[in-house]
Design a protein around this ligand. Structure first.
Ligand SMILES: NC(=O)c1ccc[n+]([C@@H]2O[C@H](COP(=O)([O-])OP(=O)(O)OC[C@H]3O[C@@H](n4cnc5c(N)ncnc54)[C@H](OP(=O)(O)O)[C@@H]3O)[C@@H](O)[C@H]2O)c1
Length: 349
């Protein structure tokens, strides 16, 4: 037996999830006999992502992701090593990227139901945090949505919110490679510096100390890539150009607000300016054939064949915020929702 610290979903939050997660220490039998299809995993790293906030809900509320179950471990993506296996998909001593369903615990027992979510990454030659971040959900979200939905042209002006986060940092760089003009909104001066000096955006500003409307009026805006929603979206509706496009990726500003979410007052601008809005969920984009000319069958194949090697060659910058120890989970998640971190949030076990 070994001790196995685990993060349980303890209470449904009304606003910030300050008391919603609880660490317990359970016993885990590493010597157990495995039934067919089972494997024992040692967790090396866990991923925290904003959408996990919407899983902390009353299960009667339906949305695109399942709710967490009270009293059960929360789960998401991560990196694991296989310790023992009775499942041909999981090879002992090899490293796997878990896209989803990995319980927040130091050791995990999985069954064949997990196979589809785990990919062998033993030979990936990149740090775990990069495999989870730039090569994982946020990097893929940025790439798929940029190539399939933004489809920017050189010279177009794009405004990106939460621009230094996991998605924003990849998106800013993709846009600059194609010659778009990028305006980036971030929540600190340090992040402004990072966007301008490292990601190469044309202008970045701190939305907490600068006026978003003035920034938009001075820079111009053909496309808004929205990670935030709320008041910032309202500001954009008044400033975006006629026939502007809004790509709706997320609304992190509203996730803790519940019924008191900011009420946008100027939605008539959608009519007056003939705007188009496109929401998306990353998974539906994975199997899509690239809209642009490509030798790959799907946008995912193209991503896997290009982005990891560009990162290795130093052509794309990657910024992660690494917390140490599974005990840090609750604070790390609060930091993520408050913007008190810089880059993709991961937890090193
Ligand atoms: N559609 C999809 O399939 C899909 C997939 C993945 C993620 N998403 C969404 O995409 C968005 C970004 O995800 P991510 O993984 O890049 O997140 P992330 O790296 O965790 O970054 C989140 C950032 O949002 C900013 N933020 C938080 N509250 C804010 C507020 N009230 N106003 C403005 N900015 C705020 C903070 O940065 P600052 O310090 O700069 O404020 C924070 O660091 C989220 O809304 C997420 O839910 C959607």
């Amino acid at each position: 037996m070994v001790s196995n610290k685990t993060v349980l979903f303890d209470s449904i939050p009304n606003h910030e999830p300050v008391d919603s997660l609880k660490i317990v220490t359970q016993q885990f039998d590493l010597d157990r006999q495995l039934a067919p299809g089972e494997a024992i995993l040692k967790v090396e790293m866990l991923s925290l992502d904003p959408y996990m906030r919407s899983r902390m809900r009353d299960p009667s509320i339906e949305t695109y992701v399942p709710p967490f179950t009270l009293g059960e471990p929360i789960d998401n993506g991560g990196v694991v090593i296989v310790l023992k296996s009775n499942n041909a998909h999981f090879k002992v001593d090899r490293k796997y990227y878990a896209g989803f369903t990995l319980p927040f615990s130091e050791y995990a027992l999985v069954t064949e139901a997990s196979n589809a979510f785990y990919t062998d990454i033993t030979d990936a030659e990149l740090p775990n945090e990069t495999l989870i971040g730039a090569c994982g959900l946020p990097g893929k979200t940025a790439y798929y949505s940029y190539k399939q939905l933004v489809r920017g042209k050189a010279g177009e002006k794009i405004f990106i919110s939460a621009a230094s986060g996991g998605i924003g940092q990849m998106l800013c760089q993709l846009c600059k490679m194609d010659g778009l003009k990028v305006l980036a909104a971030v929540g600190s001066d340090e992040k402004v510096d990072y966007c301008e000096k490292t990601l190469g955006v044309d202008r970045a500003f701190n939305y907490k100390t600068s006026d978003t409307r003035k920034e938009l009026a001075a820079f111009g805006c053909d496309i808004f890539y929205d990670n935030v929603g709320g008041k910032m979206l309202e500001d954009v509706l008044d400033q975006i150009n006629v026939y502007g496009r809004v790509i709706c990726c997320g609304q992190i500003a509203t996730y803790n607000s519940g019924a008191e979410a900011y009420g946008i007052k100027n939605t008539f601008q959608i009519v007056a300016k003939r705007l188009s809005f496109q929401g998306f969920i990353t998974f539906e984009l994975i199997p899509q054939k690239p809209f642009h000319e490509s030798k790959y069958n799907t946008i995912e194949e193209e991503f896997m064949a290009t982005i990891p090697s560009m990162i290795k060659e130093g052509k794309l910058d990657v910024k992660n915020h690494v917390y140490n120890g599974i005990e840090a989970t609750s604070q790390a998640f609060l930091d993520l929702l408050r913007g008190d971190k810089h880059g993709k949030t991961v937890i090193q076990l």
